[in-house]
Write a protein of this length. Structure first.
Ligand code: FRU
Ligand code: MG
Ligand code: CA
Length: 542
């Protein structure tokens, strides 16, 4: 077998995305990095990390992906750079061009008796725990890091920094990237001393007794998160990308923004009522943050409708069920909900976002404290509490098959251990089995090509605490209805309550635990759904 690196390995498996019915992929950061935060600490924004492959390998990946009709999005990480980057080294050394590239500040207080005893400029707490300020001996000042100590925050009030961000985007667009997922936007800007009597304002205290001053949660991030000043920067990026599209033609390059915020602050990433336009969409994390195994059918309906209600007119919705920062979808919900959750993702209007592994129902892997590599787990936890913070369980290798290291590598060991259930849950097996999560996923992505799904109306309502329906309908086209029992007991629902549904209908696809099969005819009004059962029905136009 050819010697593969990460990038050529992906290139060799691109057909998987085509077979799964995926149209675009987002690669988490592939740029040069000391890998303290696995690539989110970038030391060279213009090169490929050596362990992952070469620039040539990446160009080959792009060419092959485009031949297959796949779009490739890169991860754009504007909030911070590695302290190993030239930017930071020069800034720390006081190079006039780079001096104000980062958030440098003098101590709030220095002990006149002992100058090594000093206080940071404010009480701000890092996302990974500890003060967000770090002392630089070389520069004799503190620098800000909202994430790890080695991820220094850029100074977005400096026009030179803003220009550099355009340079970085242009560089990768010129190479052929189809757009960017934009990282950690709520933390882009912080309050400035000028607006607070000359010093950095302390974040208010949460008053929550379980947190000590170095722990995330001790403060309320009033001056460090969701600042209104950050949005104009996102709008400028959108203008830049639109300008690029106009100039170069071809497929629309896109921006998907990342950030956990309340619905109002999240929707501002789409744009504002003054007509500014931002990301093509901000990731919708509601299925990650607001719903879980305990949620009932009404919670699902309410949460889905909230996004669709708050989304600005003309916006494109999107649905996210997992990512590299959160426990895997079947682990947060129940294992028997995989097909129903994938069906929600695929049937709702807008873009369906799948974290690798969801198409085969991959669960969290077990990662011992000894094997733990995530900086968040190591900083915030210890050998007893790390599991509360660790992102490693969601990052274990993808299960291609039941061979060595699940076919992810020919090595016996991998960067994180392969989850033990790989012999049971893997792509090869699911392609062979007559019913599997992957086959359901394929049927669902295929369905998205139907006019009803791409252009139809939606209606979503709870039948009961346990079950709900999601209807997609379009005049003169077939209607599709998802019925999903998210509860723990069976539930009998009345199909006459489903808008736009005329019986008889046929089962288009069913969850693998269902006794019903594709093609089964449903003609009775009363239908009993087992716990976790999901059915997609197809019915003639009303
Ligand atoms: C999303 C994320 C994390 C990373 C952080 C900083 O929150 O992408 O994975 O640790 O941003 O870049
Ligand atoms: Mg610190
Ligand atoms: Ca910042």
């Amino acid at each position: 077998m050819m010697d593969l690196n990460l990038i050529t390995g992906i290139t060799s498996q691109l057909e998987h995305f085509v077979e799964a019915g995926v149209d675009a992929i987002w690669m988490s950061p592939i740029f040069t990095s000391p890998m303290v935060d696995f690539g989110y600490d970038i030391s060279d924004f213009y090169d490929i990390h050596y362990e992952y492959g070469t620039m040539e390998d990446f160009k080959e990946l792009l060419t092959r992906a485009h031949e297959l009709g796949l779009k490739v999005l890169l991860d754009f990480v504007p909030n911070h750079a590695s302290t190993e980057s030239e930017y930071f080294k020069k800034s720390e050394a006081g190079d006039p061009e780079y001096k104000d590239y980062f958030m440098w500040a003098d101590p709030l207080w220095v002990d006149p008796e002992n100058e090594t005893n000093r206080r940071p400029p404010s009480n701000w707490v890092s996302q990974f725990g500890g003060s967000a300020w770090e002392w630089s001996e070389a520069r004799q000042q503190y620098y800000l890091h909202q994430f790890a100590v080695v991820q220094a925050d850029f100074n977005f009030r400096n026009q030179v920094v803003k220009n550099e961000m355009f340079n970085i985007m242009k560089f990768w667009l010129d190479i052929g990237a189809d757009g960017f997922r934009v990282d950690a936007l709520p933390y882009l800007m912080e309050a400035r001393p000028e607006d607070h009597n000359g010093s950095y304002p302390d974040d208010p205290l949460s008053g929550l007794a379980q947190f000590e001053s170095h722990q995330l949660g001790y403060t309320i991030p009033l001056y460090t998160k969701d600042l209104i000043d950050l949005y104009p920067i996102v709008y400028e990026w959108r203008d830049f990308v639109d300008e690029y599209n106009k100039e170069h033609g071809g497929n629309t390059r896109v921006l998907f923004s990342e950030g956990y915020a309340n619905v109002t602050m999240t929707m501002l990433y789409y744009g504002n009522e003054q007509g500014d336009i931002g990301a093509h969409f901000p990731f919708n994390f509601d299925f990650v943050t607001d719903l879980n195994a305990e949620s009932n059918a009404r919670d699902f309906v309410y949460t889905i409708l909230r996004w669709l209600t708050y989304m600005p007119y003309g916006g494109v919705a999107n649905w996210v069920f997992g990512n590299h920062d959160n426990n895997r979808m079947p682990t947060r919900f129940r294992h028997d909900m995989v097909d129903g959750l994938n069906a929600i993702n695929m049937l709702l209007p807008g873009v369906a976002v799948t974290y690798q592994g969801e198409e085969i129902g991959m669960r969290d892997g077990y990662v011992s404290w000894e094997d733990t590599v995530d900086v968040e787990a190591i900083n915030r936890g210890d050998n007893e509490t790390y599991m509360l913070y660790s992102r490693d369980p969601a990052r274990t290798p993808f299960h291609w098959d039941d061979t060595t290291s699940a076919g992810f590598s020919t090595n016996l060991t991998t960067w994180l251990p392969v989850a033990e259930d790989y012999t049971e849950i893997n792509l090869k097996k699911q392609m062979e089995d007559s019913r599997s999560h992957f086959k359901v996923y394929q049927a669902l992505t295929k369905l998205r090509k139907e006019k009803t799904l791409s252009h139809g109306e939606y209606d979503i309502r709870a039948f009961s605490d346990q079950s709900f329906f999601l209807v997609r309908s379009l005049r003169t086209y077939d209607t599709y209805v998802l019925l999903f029992n998210v509860g723990l007991a069976s539930d009998t629902v009345s199909l006459s309550r489903v808008t736009h549904l005329t019986l008889p209908a046929t089962v288009y696809v069913s969850s693998i635990n269902s006794t019903r099969l594709a093609g089964d005819v449903i003609s009775e009004n009363a239908l009993t759904l087992a716990s976790g059962e999901a059915l997609v029905l197809k019915a003639p136009p009303t």
